[in-house]
Design a protein around this ligand. Structure first.
Ligand code: C5P
Length: 209
């Protein structure tokens, strides 16, 4: 039987990761957070003092990526997210990561993948495509609250600027820009909590299975 693939795309801080993790657990499928691939490359480049704008070099690093590197502890933060979006503009980097992502999705029983271009580029044949979004204000508020819960004092206005800047960079790049696939179901989580978002996503999956 054909592997069952769920593609989850959307902008930064829309709740993709939380939703994809819960969905994968419910469906009994492995989960790949593809943002981690770009975060890892950005972080290694920065550690080594390499030029983030050097697409050739970044592409070589992406081609030689060791899955063990994805377990680095410092990949979840804002800094790694920024570095990720800078290296993610390079076509060499994106091309080098295609096979790994497609191989993950094609392995039975299938997978849940989240990112920016899963439904459009990586798995255009996915049985389920969900574009998870929320207003920039709601996303910035969630991120500010998350950081505050960790005891960090952060300025909402600054986070909102960062969210908008990352949206602009991800949406305007020439290669694989952030956009909903034509056949994706758009799930706006602005007024949903985690459970509400999961219930809505499970309903979308049920309709396609
Ligand atoms: O999803 P996450 O916030 O971890 O992604 C970090 C950055 O990596 C994004 O802002 C985007 O620039 C890049 N990315 C991408 N394609 C993906 C996943 C992430 O370009 N499939």
């Amino acid at each position: 039987i054909r592997p069952f693939v769920v593609a989850i795309d959307g902008p930064a801080a829309a709740g993709k990761g939380t939703l994809a993790t819960a969905l994968a657990a419910h469906l009994g499928l492995p989960y790949l957070d593809t943002g981690l691939l770009y975060r890892t490359i950005g972080k290694i480049m920065a550690d080594r003092g390499w030029d983030l704008d050097d697409g050739e070099l970044a592409g070589q690093l992406a081609g030689a990526l060791d899955p063990e590197d994805l377990k680095r502890p410092d990949l979840r933060g804002r800094e790694a997210g920024e570095l990720a979006s800078r290296v993610a503009v390079h076509p060499q980097v994106r091309a080098a990561l295609v096979d790994f992502q497609r191989g993950f999705a094609a392995t039975p029983p299938g997978a849940v993948l989240d990112g920016r271009d899963i439904g459009t580029v990586i798995c255009p044949e996915a049985q389920v495509k969900i574009f998870v979004t929320a207003s920039a204000e709601v996303r910035a508020r969630r991120r500010t609250d998350e950081l505050a819960a960790k005891g960090r004092s952060v300025d909402y206005a600054r986070i909102l600027d960062e969210v908008r800047e990352r949206d602009a960079r991800d949406s305007s790049r020439a290669t694989a820009p952030l956009k909903a696939a034509d056949d994706a179901v758009v799930l706006d989580t602005s007024t949903l909590d985690r459970d509400g978002a999961l219930a809505a996503a499970l309903a979308i999956v049920a309709a396609k299975r």
